[in-house]
Design a protein. Sequence first.
Length: 286
Amino acid sequence: MMRRFWYVPAAIILVLIVAAFLVGWLQLALPPDTYGVVYTRGRGFDPLVVRPGGFTWRWQRLLPKTLVLHRFTLSPRLTELPVSGSLVSGAVYASLVPERPDFTYELHVAIRYRILPDALPRLAERDGLRPEGLADWYRTADANLVRQATETALASEASDAPGVAADLVARLPDRVPDLELLDVVPTVIRMPDRELYARLKTVYLAALAAREPTLTAAAGRLAVLEAEARIDEQKHERSIAVLEHYGELLDKHPGLIQFLFLTSSGKLTTDDLRTLDLLDHIAPVE
């Protein structure tokens, strides 16, 4: 009769195999738009991201505390980036001509993006990125996007606003390799005349170079005056110190005031010394 129930242990074994198969199948633990980063106790972070579709099986998941699956939900993020500023020393160069050209810039960039899924293992290992810190990481990414958009716009060789916008769309993705830019919609409001800026900069630097010998000589004279002022100040401080020392000495020996007066008048006698009680304070001459 035992032979008739051989399928019972076989069914149990089959159930355990199926359960192990399901437990080790990582995609079953990933909701839509969620990517997994695998960390194992023996090998560290797996360089390959686990995508929500497909089949990835890890035997380490069968053992407690051997595998950790970090789940990152990468929903697209929309950010509005106002970018404005002025070219370096633009106001100085503009003052060279009566028209005073405007070397400020202003643009607006709307970007829909998310973290590049393949970058997740690297960010988790290098930067310590975890799912609970995703919001803070995105705020840092927004600031970096502003900086990269500004540098890209200023580096554009286009002569008009549409050309600058086209360069932003084409070049910005390469400047943010950890991000997947789904949409980039720039609106260029104002860009400076960089050719005029370059010319005025050249004129300014040439004028500065022509004045350099005069400025160097003036700097040398200023250095001499400062050194003389420091010497005078040191002399003054020493004089103050001597006067303070004399003041302390007169406070301790008031009779010295009369002694100095008699000495200056030339009428100092031995009786005066006894009266002033200074003989005991004068060290014997050896």
